[in-house]
Design a protein. Structure first.
Length: 224
């Protein structure tokens, strides 16, 4: 199934990646964003290419480049911290504050028994996330995350370690609970803005997920 296209021009596509769809092909085989790229040519001579990654269970805005030159520019924008990203997440419980900044470096650790995961490590790579509480429903909180860096699992680790409330449905950094059985990880790449020299920025917003609405929350863009 072709993903919903949120933005399109001669250099870029932004698609709404569904939760559960991996970006890269799984080792065991199966669908992936990469496998769908030929269907996203949309009249162009070449298939688009992937410029960044979202976790398998994270939904929302994913930027694709129409040609190699655009891909290099977009990747440089990500690496240079010039891309504005806004994520929505649901956690169980209420944060002690209504917002703040989490500034905790991250590193990857791996063991044969448990596999790999990301941990807070003062010798790790810098990672900074701004966050705001948007709403509360029945003991759950809807949070806005705006990462200034793009480390692997950054938001998942920062939520658990910096706020003390792991993202619902996260089986690695929190308790999977009800959402792991029904709706999966409650993390959504809501908005993406990519600056371009001499051109209008790429700007996209992914629709508010049904799995978030099931908890009684409404789209913050609609005043909810």
């Amino acid at each position: 199934m072709i993903p919903t296209i949120l933005y399109e021009d001669g250099e870029a596509l932004v698609i709404d990646k569904r939760a559960g769809l991996p970006v890269d092909p799984p080792r065991a085989g199966g669908p992936s964003v990469e496998a769908l790229l030929p269907t996203l040519r949309l009249g162009f001579a070449r298939a688009p290419s992937i410029t960044h990654r979202l976790d398998r269970d994270t939904s929302g805005c994913l930027l694709l480049a129409r040609h190699p030159k655009a891909q290099r520019r977009f990747m440089a924008a990500f690496e240079g911290g010039r891309v504005e990203k806004a994520y929505l997440a649901i956690v169980h419980g209420l944060p002690e504050a209504t917002g703040g900044v989490i500034d905790r470096p991250l590193a990857k650790v791996s063991t044969r028994e448990a596999g790999w995961r990301i941990v807070v490590d003062r010798k790790g790579k810098p990672a900074r996330t701004r966050w705001t509480m948007l709403a509360e429903r029945d003991g759950h909180s809807l949070l806005l995350f705006q990462p200034d860096s793009g480390r692997t699992h950054q938001l998942r680790v920062h939520a658990a370690s910096g706020i003390g409330l792991p993202i619902l449905g996260d089986p690695v950094y929190g308790k999977a609970g009800r959402t792991a059985e029904s709706a999966g990880l409650m993390l959504h790449a809501w908005r993406l803005t990519v600056p371009r020299d001499g051109k209008t920025p790429i700007a996209a917003t992914a629709p508010f997920p049904d799995r978030f609405a099931a908890f009684g929350f409404t789209d913050p863009g609609d005043g909810g």
